[in-house]
Design a protein around this ligand. Structure first.
Ligand SMILES: [Mn+2]
Length: 283
């Protein structure tokens, strides 16, 4: 008998890095086939467009894209939040095509739990120290941080130093990596506390985590969905509870994969175009 798909109120994935050799697309596909999410947030670095020029694109990577788009085609809201490796998507921020929504950040009211603020987190790369006071200036400042990062990377690239990347920073030394991660988590938590959120959900640093962070007597739950390069992790919210899914520990070994027919790309676009026609105003 085939295993029932596990129902999840909200699934958060990030840092899949499709199009790179390190991406564990087959494991991710098996996981996606085992669940039935009511809402999906893709929190950045889903398709790695920095590395895309290498023209590595196996079938399993395309199947992941089709599976994710298939959720949208079946009526599941899918939020594509942009990261630094898929920053070309940022020009589509605010766009909605049927059930697929593209944006830089997202706020969700989680029933029975509180308010969650979701964003990739690369905005802290260049401006970790400045991020705090800049972000406190107002609601628009997240977008300002994105512009700042882009500006700095543009200058850095022109000077022939390449884009400032996280991996270079982290690979420097274990000590500096730990310091960077702590700093990242603290910055995210501080901003979330300042803006009154109950949860702050990031990706980017490839460090899966769920933990309470208290600063100045106020606390927030910091969450990170990890990645599908090394950790193979996802965040699941269900029945008022967050959980960190770890593929190596939590994937049922005896899960019977269904012979699911993934929708063709043409079919996905057809359905999305149809729902788009239904939802968009005539003028
Ligand atoms: Mn990233």
């Amino acid at each position: 008998m085939k295993a029932e798909k596990r129902k999840i109120d909200l699934l958060v994935l990030s840092d899949i890095h499709l199009g790179t050799y390190g991406c564990h697309a087959e494991e991710l596909l098996a996981y996606l086939k085992s669940i039935d999410p009511a809402r999906v947030v893709l929190n950045g670095d889903i398709i790695d467009m920095w590395q895309f020029s290498k023209r590595y694109w196996p079938q399993s990577h395309m199947q992941v894209v089709r599976k994710l788009m298939g959720f949208a085609a079946k009526g599941v809201p899918v939020h594509y939040l942009t990261g630094n490796h898929d920053e070309t998507m940022r020009k589509f921020a605010g766009m909605q095509l049927g059930n697929l929504m593209v944006d830089n950040k997202l706020v969700l009211e989680l029933p029975g739990a509180g308010k969650a603020w979701l964003f990739h987190g690369d905005v802290f790369d260049v401006t970790m120290q400045h991020a705090r006071w800049l972000a406190k200036l107002g609601g628009w400042s997240y977008d300002l941080l994105i512009l700042l990062n882009r500006g700095v990377n543009h200058i850095s690239a022109k000077m022939g130093r390449g884009k400032i990347s996280l991996s270079a920073k982290i690979k420097n030394s274990v000590k500096s990596a730990v310091k960077f991660i702590n700093n990242f988590e603290r910055t995210a938590a501080e901003l979330a506390i300042h803006q009154g959120y109950d949860f702050v959900v990031c990706g980017h640093i490839h460090q899966p985590e769920i933990r309470e962070i208290t600063l100045h007597d106020r606390s927030v739950t910091y969450l990170n969905s990890g990645d599908w390069i090394e950790n193979l992790t996802a965040l699941e919210f269900h029945a008022g509870q967050w959980r960190l899914f770890r593929y190596h520990q939590d994937m049922p070994a005896d899960f019977q994969e269904e012979d699911e027919q993934l929708p063709s790309t043409a079919r996905i676009f057809e359905e999305m175009a149809a729902s788009f026609a239904l939802t968009s105003p005539l003028v």
